[in-house]
Design a binder for this molecule. Structure first.
Ligand code: 13P
Ligand code: SF4
Length: 344
């Protein structure tokens, strides 16, 4: 695509969310990236939380964690540039050991992924012997290696139900676990971190959770929702399942980032409020100029915010930063990711 066509496309999408002089600067960088992408036979995967200028210019595929994992598994390009956070790029590497996987910043972490270690999982398995472990994809490779099956926000209940067991360990997001427990009718308990703790075998539980939280989604409250409904009685409120169960229950719909986007596209409401990180609201607004998105939330994920167009250009120019996973860990982690991908 010529520079002029790219610039025009970006203005059309972005004029409501950024000034034109900034679009021009970003379009020049995006044009450079698209040329480098071809020269280096690379594919760019962009999570729904990417900043609008990046989201609407360079990715070959955009979506939620589940869709991007599937695209990472299917690509035939030599290089995968992951515009998302580290656990996502690591999942792409787990699925593609022979390819070069790049993440444009080394500081794009995740509060959920850093809430649990492989040692924590081993201790839980000792405390609850024989109970299968479901791990949210927002974890690092060594944790996935201790896991029976992964899940994302887009398939968590389906993964739990696919196991068909009386009880499961579900890690590490406390709120997602509570929301899934509610959806699947399971009683959930939260053990302490004490590895020596033993549990009464008659204890009433079907799900064992952990105390991880998303630092973005834990900020939304039921009072926020009540205040918005008071001012906008016809608003539709959409919450990501990393929000507390109270917030999810007070909302009109809950789902993965892509499910939230599709819900907005397929419904007609006076206005919408998204309870998830704020760039996604801008991205939806840019793609659906006829929809009114209330912009009352300004909670940006600090980790996703590390990935900008300029970092992505440097990633392709200097082949940085290469994601690596030790082979012994990868071989164990890949089983839990592939098992998840087999579920429709
Ligand atoms: P999705 O899988 O719904 O895209 O969520 C990823 C994430 O990190 C949400 O905070
Ligand atoms: Fe992690 Fe939350 Fe950021 Fe998603 S929004 S990457 S769960 S910190």
């Amino acid at each position: 695509m010529s520079y002029q066509s790219l610039y025009n496309q970006m203005v059309e999408k972005l004029h409501k969310v950024m000034p034109e002089f900034e679009i021009e600067i970003k379009a020049k960088v995006a044009y450079e990236i698209n040329k480098l992408k071809e020269e280096r036979n690379a594919v760019i995967l962009g999570h729904n939380y990417m900043e609008p200028a990046l989201f609407h210019s360079i990715p070959d595929y955009t979506g939620d964690s589940l869709y991007l994992s599937r695209m990472a598994a299917e690509t035939d390009k030599d290089i995968i540039v992951f515009c998302g956070v580290e656990f996502m790029a690591e999942t792409a590497k787990i699925l593609n050991p022979e390819k070069t996987v790049l993440i444009p910043s080394q500081r794009a972490g995740c509060s959920l992924a850093s809430s649990i270690t492989a040692e924590d999982v081993r201790n839980l398995k000792k405390q609850f012997p024989g109970v299968p472990v479901v791990t949210y994809i927002n974890t690092y490779a060594d944790v996935k290696a201790e896991t029976d099956i992964c899940c994302t926000s887009g398939n968590a209940a389906a993964v739990v139900e696919s196991l068909g067991t009386d009880s499961i360990i579900f890690l590490p997001d406390e709120f997602l676990a509570k929301n899934v427990a509610q959806e699947t009718g399971k009683h959930i308990i939260f053990p302490t971190k004490n590895p020596k703790a033993t549990y009464d075998t008659d204890l009433d539980y079907q799900m064992v959770g952990w105390h991880g939280r998303c630092e973005v989604h834990e900020k939304f409250t039921v009072s926020d929702i009540e205040a918005v409904r008071a001012d906008h009685p016809d608003v539709l409120i959409l919450a990501h399942p990393e929000c507390s169960p109270e917030v999810v229950n007070a909302s009109d719909y809950s789902g993965s980032t892509t499910a939230l986007i599709e819900y907005v596209e397929q419904t007609q409401a006076d206005s919408y409020l998204l309870l998830t990180e704020c760039s996604m609201g801008d991205n939806i607004m840019a793609a659906n100029p006829d929809k009114e998105m209330l912009r009352l939330c300004s909670v940006r994920c600090p980790h996703m915010n590390r990935i900008r167009l300029e970092d992505t250009r440097d990633a392709l120019l200097y082949t940085q930063y290469e994601v690596t996973v030790p082979e012994d860990i990868r071989l164990r982690a890949v089983k839990s990711v592939e098992r998840m991908l087999q579920i429709g």
